[in-house]
Write a new protein. Sequence first.
Length: 255
Amino acid sequence: MLRKIIAFSIRFPFLVLIFWALVVVFFVFQLPNIKQNNDFLSYLDKENPVVKVFDDIGKRFKGNSYGFVVIGTKKLGKTIFNVETLKHIDEITKFLENHKFVSDAFSIVNIDHIRKTEGGIEVSKLIEKLPTTQKECKLLEKKVMSDESYVGNMVSKDGYYANIVFKAINKAGIKKDVIAKDILEFIKKKGYKEEFYFGGVPFSMESAGRLIKRDIKTLTPLVLLLILGFLWISFRSFRGIFLPLLSVIISTIST
């Protein structure tokens, strides 16, 4: 069979060239359809006992992929308990609550406040209404910083940083990195003066995808130049460079 293919290629070289040219053109038009999977959780063995438990938790609690947005005001010389920053925390929290890929989002502006009473416990919102004056902010700061359930979790011990937590919907096909991209774009568009730090699965996926694209753009030209250099050193002719390079290009595009 192989001999017949070789014989046919020698006898009808132009037909072979036309065939491969059409193949290359076909695959070139398919390049925009290439998809990049940044969800490293999808690569885990679904039969692994640990992975099964992890997936079961996600189903029971409507998600197991958390993201974190930390807002800081230390460089501004004030704690997060000021009218402007609390408003910004509220805007980011509401944006995440309304995101189509987010099942839950909470921060100090919408978290429940649980306190012990004579008859049991009483549950209410930590902040019923956003403070509009610095005096109200000070009262809120005293209330929050005196409760150990918030300090170190939702607010740092020094009061300069606040945590906004969100949970991605646990459904197949949900692009968790889209959440990260959207929140980063939202914060950039708003032009907040505070510091921001990001963490969790969605942001790891977004970062991985961004780095992969950057590396492809950077390394592809470098590799091409390296190949050209070795071919020139080896053959020192246009034909010696063009034919092997053409073979590499066709193989890469076809696969």
